[in-house]
Design a protein around this ligand. Structure first.
Ligand SMILES: Cc1cc2nc3c(=O)[nH]c(=O)nc-3n(C[C@H](O)[C@H](O)[C@H](O)COP(=O)(O)O)c2cc1C
Ligand code: SF4
Ligand code: SF4
Length: 271
């Protein structure tokens, strides 16, 4: 297959998935000597439009792992990606615990949509919940391994090898991961939403503008009027640290992760 363009397509509330997808897609485009296009599906308006990809293009599609799967709010947008056997590289990021079934699920949904998924990768990146978990990831070693993987993908394309890749994870996927707390018991925080320190808030509106669910009121930035997926974009993007979660079950889960998942999770590549 003679690839004419590479698309970096991603859902990335906090930005780590964008960083990793752009690094991989950029390197592939460079090695193939073709243009690179970026397509950010994070904000609600960007997910409204359908996309059509040609058979002579390559899509690097990236999403974070949420509870061991891909974010379910992203699924409708994936179904609006139209393709005719377009080559794809499926990529998930994960916050040093595990990607569980997220890569397998992404590979399946892209395949159901007509993509030919020739390669996959799961890359550890700083956990959106935490300042300490995988704090410096992806690091230089991760980026070097991503570059080597890009070269392997290009070799596969140049050989004309369109064998769909196998990835680690259940297929069909299993249930969502059950978060546990410091006491080892399951913790439920589905209804948790960020709170706002009104003393600190400067009403800049960045949190509302960056919420992937469009759930923060533009009339009152402290008010979360819609669904919260706990992505932490508003927490990370607030310039004065005014947003935070105070839900006890959530905080216990976060503390458990920071206690139990300090070992280095390596990236995994499939081709
Ligand atoms: C709601 C939520 C659930 C998550 N679940 C997992 C998980 O099951 N396993 C894991 O290792 N990391 C998990 N993470 C961490 C993210 O996968 C990781 O921080 C990712 O890089 C975030 O991508 P982004 O920076 O592009 O938003 C979760 C993060 C969030 C916000
Ligand atoms: S309100 Fe919830 S969904 Fe919106 S940016 Fe904040 S954490 Fe993410
Ligand atoms: S980003 Fe922070 S300072 Fe800006 S409106 Fe939101 S809470 Fe207030």
């Amino acid at each position: 297959m003679n690839i004419k363009r590479v698309h970096a397509v991603y859902f990335s509330p906090v930005g780590k998935t964008r960083l990793v997808v752009t690094a991989l897609a950029g390197e592939i485009a460079h090695l193939l000597g073709v243009p690179l296009t970026g397509d950010d599906l994070t904000l609600p308006a960007a997910r409204e439009d359908a996309r059509i990809y040609e058979p002579d293009e390559l899509v690097v599609f990236g999403t974070p792992t949420y509870a061991g799967r891909i974010p379910n709010k992203l699924l409708p947008a994936v179904k609006e990606l139209f393709t005719d056997g377009t080559y794809a590289v499926a990529l998930t990021t994960f916050g040093n615990r595990s990607f569980d079934d997220s890569l397998s699920e992404l590979r399946s949904v892209l395949t159901e949509n007509g993509f030919c998924v020739i390669a996959g990768a799961a890359i550890a990146a700083q956990h959106a919940f935490s300042e300490t978990l995988a704090a410096d990831r992806p690091d230089a070693d991760d980026l070097a391994r991503i570059s080597a993987f890009a070269a392997a993908v290009c070799e596969k394309i140049k050989r004309g090898d369109d064998t769909p890749c196998s990835v680690r994870g259940r297929d069909p996927v299993g249930p969502y991961y059950t978060p546990r707390g410091l006491d080892g018991e399951p913790k439920v925080f589905l209804k948790a939403k960020p709170v706002t320190d009104k003393e600190k808030c400067r009403s800049c509106g960045l949190c509302a503008a960056g919420c992937p669910m469009g759930s923060i009121s533009t009339q009152d930035y402290a008010s979360v009027t819609g669904i919260c997926i706990k992505c932490h974009a508003c927490v990370k993007h607030c310039p004065v640290g005014a947003k935070y979660f105070d839900d006890e079950a959530f905080l216990s889960h976060k503390a458990m992760l920071e206690r139990d998942y300090t070992r280095r999770a390596e990236p995994e590549f499939f081709i």
